[in-house]
Write a protein that binds this ligand. Structure first.
Ligand code: GL7
Length: 833
């Protein structure tokens, strides 16, 4: 029998219930209260950091009320839920976004003002939650914002890394240095520890098969997973979803036996190894790093998340066959693929569900998104490592494979090559488990992240699986970005201008981004264009101010701002950009001062981190910085060309860069960038795009009109042929592309510092040229020339800029998350009253 609740006198309880602080005076009261109690500080004697913390705690209280009501509604109404498993979430800052989504920013500004502080200063005190590398992690963060805003019951699951992505420092010689990111040093006001939500996670040990395909897994090491919850407030709704992060802890504080024997080091060894699991985010983007600790992270996170999901499902008192009616689990890339054998283990070994029934449940519960076709990013785990760390899971993977391969043989009798190609186990020394294949066969549906990418998946990596399962299993959901953070929050000037022009409340177009189309009728209007230009100029000045305070340089804000910010990767071709800059510099030097005056002044910004072990990517950073040094100091050209590398790129730095761009560059070799998402952010803020016919650039062109995009370069179908040519019929670079050859020679000759340093980088272009710089360089230069010409006619340019923004509606992450909800997960919105 359930207890009656509340205990005691209900009216006393009710009187104690807190309601939201929505007016200025309750907000200031709450802030002062937190100063006195939570921070234990003298109320009158407070610095910005303290004021930020108290204010953030008051915002958190407001979110908590909504969070509680949302979770209660989910528990009561028992809707089908979706769980988004992503090993990284690049959240950035929370406070500003929270008060915007709560609709309380004006009230907070006024309250902060009354207390003698400035809201923007306090916002700047927050450290980014940088638990991700790049696009993949930021996409996950946008999807959480959209799931709450669209009132969809979605929870995220990930790891609570003690250290996020490293902090990037630049040494005097231009090298990247890495420093730790101890982001939890100060109190994190936005997380709620859940010491009562804990699971034991096993590693190593032995697995003994028993009967009916079951086994008993025992021994080894047991580690505790402790939950921390992060609230995800929706925009203009009470719905507040949850991001649950797991922290690893030793099951026992220390080993008492060793401790009593005086061996203190030994006593804490196991506890250190348990804590190591969630210590640090792996800093690789689009490449695998096959280390045991990474595999431990993956299993720790998926096992804890599944245990949590299953516990919640069991409280519903339904048969296991109903799991797919109550839960959809999204595998974001292959990192959580161990969830598939783990759910089989839970169902078969622990719940005694027959194997075939269990497999039916599994393959109706999981969904898999692939985020890249780069071969170096496709995860494979060595069989001996898996066997050592997760002996039971390896058995299960072998059993899944046996049954699968038999069914392939049945459909395509005698096709040995096909069996070898499709097997989950890749032969070799050592044998390896192909995680993408496991994810494909264990999921209900598979998708890519832009039209071109999804098509490439169907015709390459998934080809055999399309022939086996049929085409309908392989879909596409083009990525999106949240217009709350990436327009309203980062570009308040533009947001206000849009609202004033559309004559509808902000909340309407921010949740239905196609409404931006209403701007089209003003695209030619000189008055509107003027206002549009003023907003851009203000954003450029804001960025210039940031650069001045961080790098100590003054920037010409009248020049065109050209931005390329993203992880350093050969396929993204920051090299093309810096070589193009050198080419432009030489051209400027070769003309008369009078001719120079007629050119279009340009300031180029780079930012981005290189994986610490990625030698060539680090060389590119060094080259950019040393080229910038020479060019920025040259009195002949400095008025016409300036180059800056902004260190330590982050979500917060992106929020300054994105609104300030006139053009941004997305110039990957065709067929390599699965989607890209910053391309969407720049265009949404009225920046024009210089890009290759790749990833989501293509769909952006389709939406806004190809005449508004500066496309260049070879198309995807040509790439493979060209690579073949480069390997078997190489043509010297001097012949293929003399302009580029000249640039490389000048670098070699020491024009930008010791030429020898850059040889390994230059050789990647001279030989093989896998990313086809020599093939695309000339058309890239031509495209930039068109940019210069177009920029001369400001009225035409502004029309392009306005049109671009107006037609970006498709790229809201609201559209993307609704696609997933309807076409994949079969979940429905649930409004919290
Ligand atoms: C990525 C893709 O490289 C990027 O193009 C895409 O926009 C993003 C989100 O789908 O996923 N894949 C990947 O491994 N990383 C990405 O950013 C790190």
């Amino acid at each position: 029998g359930k207890e009656k609740w509340p205990r005691g006198d209900e009216s006393v309880w009710k009187e104690g219930l807190r309601s939201a602080d929505e007016d200025v005076s309750s907000i200031t009261k709450s802030i002062v209260h937190h100063v006195q109690t939570s921070l234990s500080r003298q109320a009158y004697n407070l610095d910005d950091l303290g004021a930020y913390q108290a204010t953030a705690l008051s915002a958190k209280d407001n979110m908590l009320l909504n969070w509680n009501e949302t979770q209660l509604a989910y528990t009561r109404k028992q809707p089908k839920r979706a769980y988004y498993l992503c090993i990284e979430y690049l959240m950035g800052r929370t406070f500003d976004n929270a008060i915007l989504n709560l609709g309380l920013k004006d009230q907070y500004r006024e309250g902060i003002d009354q207390l003698g502080f400035n809201l923007e200063d306090l916002i700047d005190k927050e450290r980014d939650a940088a638990l991700g590398n790049g696009g993949l992690g930021r996409l996950a963060a946008c999807y959480l914002d959209s799931s709450s805003s669209q009132e969809l019951p979605v929870w995220g699951y990930s790891l609570r890394y003690k250290y996020g992505i490293f902090q990037q420092l630049i040494a005097p010689d231009g090298s990247q240095l890495e420093a730790p990111d101890p982001w939890l040093e100060h109190l994190n006001p936005f997380e709620i520890p859940r010491y009562d939500v804990q699971y034991e996670i096993r590693f190593y040990g032995q697995s003994e098969r028993t009967t009916k395909g079951r086994a008993v897994w025992s021994g080894g090491q047991e580690v505790l997973a402790v939950a921390y919850d992060v609230m995800i407030p929706g925009y203009g709704t009470k719905n507040t979803n949850n991001l649950r992060l797991w922290e690893s802890k030793p099951k026992r504080g220390f080993d008492l036996q060793s401790f009593n024997a005086g061996d203190y080091e030994r006593a804490v060894e196991a506890s250190n190894s348990a804590e190591a699991i969630t210590s640090v985010l792996y800093p690789n983007d689009n490449t695998t790093f096959g280390k045991e600790l990474r595999l431990k992270q993956q299993y720790f996170w998926t096992a804890a998340s599944l245990a949590d999901i299953i516990r919640r499902f069991k409280s519903l008192d339904k048969p296991f066959s109903a799991l797919p009616d109550y839960a959809a689990i999204q595998l974001n890339d292959t990192h959580p693929t161990l969830a598939i054998p783990e759910l089989m283990r839970i169902l078969v070994d622990e719940e005694e569900v027959p194997w075939d029934d269990a497999w039916e449940i599994v393959t109706n519960t999981f969904f898999f998104t692939n985020h890249t076709v780069l071969p170096e990013a496709l995860e494979k785990w060595a069989v001996p490592l898996l066997e050592h760390l997760l002996p039971r899971h390896l058995q299960i993977i072998y059993d899944i494979n046996l049954i699968f391969v038999q069914s392939v043989e049945k459909k395509f009798p005698g096709d040995r090559d096909r069996l070898a190609r499709m097997s989950l186990i890749e032969e070799g020394y050592p044998k390896q488990v192909r995680m993408a294949y496991l994810a494909i066969i264990g999921s209900r549906k598979v998708n890519g992240v832009a039209e071109l990418h999804s098509e490439l998946l169907r015709t390459t990596i998934c080809k055999d699986f399309v022939e086996f399962f049929g085409i309908s299993k392989f879909g596409n959901v083009t990525n999106g970005v949240t217009p709350r953070r990436w327009l309203d929050q980062c570009n308040p000037g533009l947001s206000a201008l849009i609202t004033e022009t559309l004559k509808i409340p902000k909340s309407e177009w921010l949740k239905d981004l196609k409404k931006l189309q209403g701007l089209l009728e003003y695209a030619d209007d000189p008055k509107f264009q003027k206002k549009w230009a003023v907003v851009k100029q203000t954003n450029k000045e804001r960025l210039a101010h940031y650069v001045e305070t961080t790098l100590g340089v003054k920037i010409n804000t009248k020049a065109m701002f050209d931005v390329q910010v993203k992880r350093l990767h050969e396929y993204k071709r920051q090299t093309l950009n810096i070589f193009g800059i050198i080419h432009r510099y030489f051209t400027l030097k070769s003309i008369t001062p009078e001719e120079r005056k007629k050119t279009n002044p340009r300031v180029v910004f780079f930012a981005g981190k290189a994986a610490p072990g990625y030698y060539i990517a680090k060389l590119v950073i060094k080259l950019i910085i040393n080229v910038a040094r020479v060019i920025n100091a040259d009195p002949d050209t400095k008025e016409y060309l300036q180059v800056y590398f902004l260190p330590d790129y982050s979500v917060s730095v992106a929020e300054l860069l994105v609104p300030a761009s006139n053009i941004s560059q997305h110039i990957s070799t065709a067929g390599t960038e699965a989607s890209g998402t910053s391309n969407m952010k720049f265009c949404l803020n009225g920046g024009l795009l210089v890009g290759t016919v790749d990833g989501a650039n293509i769909e952006i062109g389709e939406e806004i009109g190809d005449e508004n995009v500066f496309f260049f370069g070879h198309l995807t179908p040509a790439v493979e042929d060209l690579r073949y040519q480069h390997t078997y019929h190489p043509v010297p670079i001097e012949q293929k592309c003399p302009a580029l050859a000249h640039v490389l020679n000048e670098i070699s000759a020491g024009k930008f510092g010791e030429g020898q340093t850059y040889e390994p980088l230059l050789n990647t272009v001279r030989h093989h040229d896998h990313y086809l710089l020599t093939e695309d360089f000339q058309s890239y230069i031509d495209a930039l020339k068109l940019v210069d010409e177009a920029y001369l006619d400001q009225s035409k340019w502004l029309k392009k800029s306005i049109t671009t923004c107006a037609k970006m509606g498709k790229f809201s992450s609201d559209r993307a998350i609704l696609d997933y909800a309807e076409e994949y997960w079969s979940i429905e919105p649930l409004t919290v009253e």
